[in-house]
Design a protein around this ligand. Sequence first.
Ligand SMILES: C[S@@+](CC[C@H](N)C(=O)[O-])C[C@H]1O[C@@H](n2cnc3c(N)ncnc32)[C@H](O)[C@@H]1O
Length: 183
Amino acid sequence: MRVLRFSVLGFIAVFAAAQLAPAQQFGNPNNLAPYVPSPQIVVDKMLEMAHLKPGELVYDLGCGDGRIVITAAQKFKARAVGVELSLDIYKSTLARVKRLGLEDKVKILNQDLRRVDLRPADVVTLYLLTGSNELLKPNLGKLKAGARVVSHDFEIRGWNAAQVDTIEVDGVSRTIYVYEMKK
Ligand SMILES: C[S@@+](CC[C@H](N)C(=O)[O-])C[C@H]1O[C@@H](n2cnc3c(N)ncnc32)[C@H](O)[C@@H]1O
């Protein structure tokens, strides 16, 4: 348990340091956050707080192993697009989606999340960094009225959150911010 807690705190330390450092810290200059998966309980809570409905379209920007898009499809009966920069992570996530037989509901794109057209999205999920969220503002600003943006641990500065909730997972506080696009 102590080892687990230490590794979780280690990830958080990396994230905190990344707030102060340029994106180049992660090797690829386009890499906006290290690969650190959200705990499943946080994923469920993010999608619940977004009030995700069957048939709606979710985009997870920086989808990692696809747990958010897979949960959106399996548990919420939504459609989902995961966007992932790393070719290795993309390949294994795509294989996972295929293994689960979810290709008709879940698409995985190997591209830079800053180049994605978000206008069709009903819900956008983020687990990046505050500085990365800042770069996304112009794109997020094009979301349709009624769309929701849900961010794990990192707020969108200057935007008013409609909901904020904190849960404790393995002794670590996790904050979820929900933003609603004006109708
Ligand atoms: C903190 S992880 C979050 C993974 C997943 N969204 C979750 O919550 O479990 C951030 C992910 O974003 C990816 N990423 C970083 N910069 C990116 C970019 N410019 N375009 C697409 N993906 C990116 C990383 O490779 C990593 O998988």
